[in-house]
Design a protein around this ligand. Structure first.
Ligand code: NAP
Ligand code: GLV
Length: 309
């Protein structure tokens, strides 16, 4: 068995060691053009050439949750694409989003600014029922985030393609319910996959439907958000601000206005990192399952090419 590793921006050695340890009899190689064809591919944003040189793949394992970059490639028909299924990401995402919501709700940035000037000043407490949080995407990450937010007694709404039922979360589904979901939300969290249906989903007309004083937390992909529309809605006073972890161009260019906007917090695509050990265990387990002849449908995290996630 040959496993090819083709992961942009990733230190390969520890992954190769982990894969060797899991499959002592296998060859595990970092891909380079013209290398022998592999049985399994472990990838992150591979080039089309990598895919084109793989005539006998049995599975493509993405070392992230989002497969939008892979879905833009011409993939071999019938070869399963398997994304990370949590692998330690959902708890990180819950931490990040709860932190961002609470930081905004409790005005911690204002307290930090006051403290920097040696000011002992109180702010009037807000009512959490005035800060309903809407989570777009109720998959592996969105569901965990929604549940975590309910632990702080925020009113929590969720929106997904298919109908869901999550304790303590008011669930909306489908396009027809989208406007009602937005109108009921003040803080909007994006945890959707990036697909043709969700590209630019946060734009002037959708963000304008949020309750006044709305706040945006984008932890999914930069292309979900129309940057200029967000800035215009903040500057007009309809939105209070945003916490953004993902951007159309990453790293976020030095000249981008998000860096200097006083109501926008920028983090460098770090809300839920790929954890190597958890991910290796998950991928190795799934390769073993396939090698044992189990049906692809028995694996968690297999991407549906028709849905694109
Ligand atoms: P997931 O399990 O596939 O969940 C996706 C959710 O979005 C599902 O609930 C799905 O609805 C919903 N959805 C998809 N298309 C929709 C549409 N057109 N309208 C309404 N709902 C729609 O994905 P996940 O593991 O939670 O990850 C979500 C995304 O987070 C990833 O795709 C990735 O881009 C991003 N991410 C970011 C980071 C980071 O560090 N910033 C880390 C990991 C992941 P159904 O349940 O009905 O199918
Ligand atoms: C990170 O953005 C991921 O998709 O895992």
């Amino acid at each position: 068995m040959l496993i090819s590793f083709c992961c942009a921006g990733t230190k390969s050695q520890p992954w190769l060691e982990g894969l060797h340890a899991a499959f002592p009899g296998a060859e595990v190689e970092v891909w380079s053009a013209g290398a022998p064809a592999a049985d399994y591919a472990v990838v992150w944003t591979p080039p089309q050439q990598f895919i084109d040189e793989q005539p006998r793949l049995k599975g493509i394992f993405n070392i992230g949750a989002g497969v939008d970059a892979l879905m833009k490639l011409r993939l071999p028909p019938g070869v399963p694409v398997v994304r990370l299924d949590d692998a330690g990401m959902s708890v990180q995402m819950a931490e990040y989003v709860c932190h961002a919501v609470i930081r905004h709700f409790r005005e911690f940035d204002g307290y930090e600014a006051d403290a920097a000037q040696g000011k002992w000043s109180y702010r009037k407490p807000h009512l959490r029922q005035d800060f309903p949080v809407g989570v777009m995407g109720l998959g592996v990450l969105g569901e965990r985030v929604s549940r975590a937010l309910t632990q702080f007694d925020f009113p929590v709404m969720g929106w997904s393609r298919s109908a869901k039922s999550i304790d303590g979360v008011q669930c909306f589904s489908g396009e027809a319910a989208f406007n009602d979901f937005l109108a009921a939300s003040r803080i909007l969290v994006c945890l959707l996959p990036l697909t043709p249906d969700t590209d630019n989903i946060m734009r002037q007309d959708t963000l304008a439907r949020l309750k006044p004083g709305g706040y945006v937390i984008n932890v999914a992909r930069g292309s979900h958000l129309v940057d200029d529309d967000l800035i215009a809605l903040i500057d007009s006073g309809h939105l209070a601000g945003a916490t953004l972890d993902v951007f159309r161009t990453e790293p976020l260019p030095a000249a981008h206005p998000f860096w200097r906007h006083p109501q926008i917090i920028v983090t460098p695509h770090t809300s839920a990192r790929t954890l190597r050990e958890e991910s290796l265990t998950q991928i190795a387990g799934k390769i073993r399952t396939l090698e044992d002849g189990a049906p692809i449908a028995s694996l968690a995290g297999v991407v549906d090419p028709n849905k694109g996630y």
